[in-house]
Design a protein around this ligand. Structure first.
Ligand code: UT7
Length: 334
């Protein structure tokens, strides 16, 4: 009989230890957006809640923004980059097919030996990654995981497309996930609807881009109404299931941090879930736009920094987007 293989041994639980963020310096107003689409500041504010957003410059990439956010999260956690075992970057706008943004970040923050991987779950990417990070820590494959949601959506947005030009934006949010002696991240509720694959997609893939003589640069297209309806109806169910799975009710929540897709989606979820007024609701979209995988950690970091929410409180997170895919957890705030 062959020798038994050693089983992995993990920490009993995992928690978010700290957050960090990077917001590009260039502020893009609705009036600037309206220079290339037939729209208005009033329409954009009313239909999405967005008053301005940040777009990255040439020297601000998914990887550089990720590294900047990561360094702040590590400093806030009191950890060195060498303490990181795994780097996960959730993104759909890293411009290289390979190597990954996570590998670039590993090199940039001085921990080239860390395991590094990108995940592609669009606007649900951070919530997907959080569940994966918790499983790594509890499963014994990592001590500390650096989880980053980062996007440079401006690079893949058609500024002449009035259904997307005003909504997407850039930025990066990071968290450090580490061991915990008490539960601080609930079991994930996740899934998708692959039959709605076309609801958010690219106008072209890279192979067709080449085959078609490099004519139409691939950009993100979206059937906004279809996604809006799905988000409001399905995410209400998902949030309820997530609360049940975590064993808490809305009365136990201190914060609701949904993906910052549209302020009206957030409003509809707040109403459907009957959240008490005491629950702080993320509204980062107003000045940040929709930053896909970055939106939840960006919002969490800002709310913690402003004192709107506090360490030890419970927050309901829900990410949803292209796929269509979704993921939700209840977490203890760092
Ligand atoms: O992050 C990943 C997941 N993404 C989302 O969750 C996004 C979900 N969708 C949305 O947030 C919304 O659908 C949008 C903000 C994208 C669009 O808002 P909407 O209220 O769904 O607009 P609509 O497409 O239903 O259009 C309403 C009207 C139409 O005019 P009529 O037919 O009523 O005369 C459109 O032609 O607004 C018009 N319209 C615009 N007007 C000014 C559409 N886009 C624009 C625009 N500016 N940019």
């Amino acid at each position: 009989m062959s020798a038994p293989i050693k089983a992995p041994e993990g920490a009993p639980f995992a928690r978010i230890l700290a957050t960090g963020s990077y917001r590009p310096s260039r502020v893009v107003t609705n009036d600037e957006i309206c220079q290339t689409i037939d729209s208005s500041d009033e329409w954009i504010r009313e239909r999405s809640g967005i008053t301005e957003r940040r777009w990255a410059g040439d020297d601000e990439t998914v990887a550089t923004m990720s590294a900047a956010a990561a360094e702040k999260a590590l400093a806030a956690a009191g950890l060195a980059s060498q303490d990181v075992d795994v780097i996960i970057v959730a993104t759909c706008t890293h411009p290289y097919q390979t190597p990954s943004a996570a590998s670039e970040v590993a090199s940039m923050i001085g921990v080239p030996t860390a395991a590094a991987v990108d995940i592609s779950a669009a606007c649900a990417g951070f919530a997907y990654g959080l569940s994966m990070a918790q499983d790594m820590i509890r499963g014994g494959s990592a001590g500390h995981v650096l989880l980053i949601g980062a996007e440079k959506l401006s690079a893949f947005t058609d500024i002449y497309d009035r259904s997307t030009a005003f909504i997407f934006a850039d930025g990066a949010g990071a968290v450090v996930v580490g061991p915990s002696s008490t539960p601080a991240i609930s079991p994930v509720v996740w899934g998708g609807d692959g039959d709605q694959l076309q609801a958010i997609n690219m106008t072209q893939n890279w192979v067709d881009f080449k085959a078609n003589g490099f004519d139409i640069f691939p950009t993100i297209s979206m059937n906004g109404q279809q996604v809006f309806r799905w988000a409001v109806s399905e995410m209400t169910r998902v949030c309820r299931e997530s609360l049940d799975t975590a064993g808490v009710t809305v009365e136990d929540l201190d914060a609701f941090i949904p993906h910052q897709a549209n302020n009206r989606i957030t409003d509809a979820l707040v109403r459907a879930l009957e959240l008490p007024d005491s629950v702080a609701v993320a509204r980062d979209i107003i000045t940040t736009g929709n930053t896909s995988a970055a939106s939840i950690p960006l919002a969490m970091d800002r709310m913690l920094a402003s004192g709107e929410i506090h360490q030890g409180g419970n927050a309901l997170l829900v990410g949803f987007g292209a796929g269509l895919v979704f993921a939700s957890e209840v977490v203890t705030l760092p």
